[in-house]
Design a protein around this ligand. Structure first.
Ligand SMILES: N[C@@H](CCC(=O)N[C@@H](CS)C(=O)NCC(=O)O)C(=O)O
Length: 225
């Protein structure tokens, strides 16, 4: 049976799974859920995932939701080696630490902003929300001071989860190369990854266009990196 993913490419949590699956060369059968039309309150999805969130992964009789659990499951089960999610305890702790940062800080922050624009039709973004993004950029820049990736010198699932949310934050505030040089380099390296556009870039562009449409005005593009 194919591995099925309930998803929407505009969702950063789903894009983290697409990045990971592509890095592992795992094929997914994709079932699109339009979260903005509340299709997630579909009975089939609720039966599988009472929390009715995407991504939700179905692998035979196993159902997993929460992107962080899904990406670690995919590496554990289908990775030919463990570099994306190392088994060694210290390295694993460093990856888990950044996965938790993504889950506790980055996702709630960006989800609150995007939902306010796309679902609640708000036209202004409060200064508190803007400051939360710049604070997160500052922290990420510090995390990347002495390493190429977020959990050391190897690409891991923590980078996939965080880049999906950071790239979404750039829709609102581009990353300044001057203020956040380490973060800029990390993000630029991601954009050069051969499978970046198909797994993250395309969905990000669709979300960007939707945000622009909902705000009813072009965003401040000249600030883009
Ligand atoms: N922490 C979860 C967040 C999942 C989540 O909230 N996904 C959003 C889309 S980005 C969603 O499904 N929203 C619809 C809903 O909550 O009903 C994860 O990483 O998977």
């Amino acid at each position: 049976m194919p591995i099925k993913l309930f998803y929407n490419e505009m969702s950063p949590s789903c894009r983290a799974v697409l990045l990971t699956a592509r890095a592992l060369a795992v094929d997914l059968e994709l079932e699109k859920v339009n979260i903005y039309a509340k299709e997630q309150i579909d009975e089939n999805l609720i039966r599988l995932n009472p929390d009715h969130t995407i991504p939700t992964l179905v692998d035979n009789d196993v159902v997993i939701w929460d992107s962080h659990e899904i990406v670690s499951y995919l590496v554990e089960k289908y990775g030919e080696e463990d570099s994306l999610y190392p088994k060694e305890s210290t390295q694993r702790a460093l990856v888990d630490q950044k996965l938790n940062f993504d889950s506790d800080t980055l996702f709630p922050m960006i989800n609150a902003i995007i939902s306010s624009i796309v679902i609640e039709n708000e036209k202004e973004i409060s200064t508190d929300k803007i400051s939360a993004i710049t604070e997160a950029y500052k922290l990420l820049d510090a995390f990347l001071e002495d390493s190429t990736y977020l959990a050391g010198d190897c690409l891991t699932i923590a980078d996939f989860c965080c880049v999906a949310n950071v790239s979404t934050a750039t829709i609102i505030i581009p990353i300044s190369t001057e203020k956040y040089p380490n973060l800029s380099t990390w993000y630029r390296n991601f954009k050069n990854l051969e499978y970046y556009e198909e797994t993250n870039g395309d969905g990000l562009n669709k979300l960007d266009a939707l945000v622009e449409l909902k705000l009813g005005r072009p965003r401040n593009k000249e600030l883009c990196d």
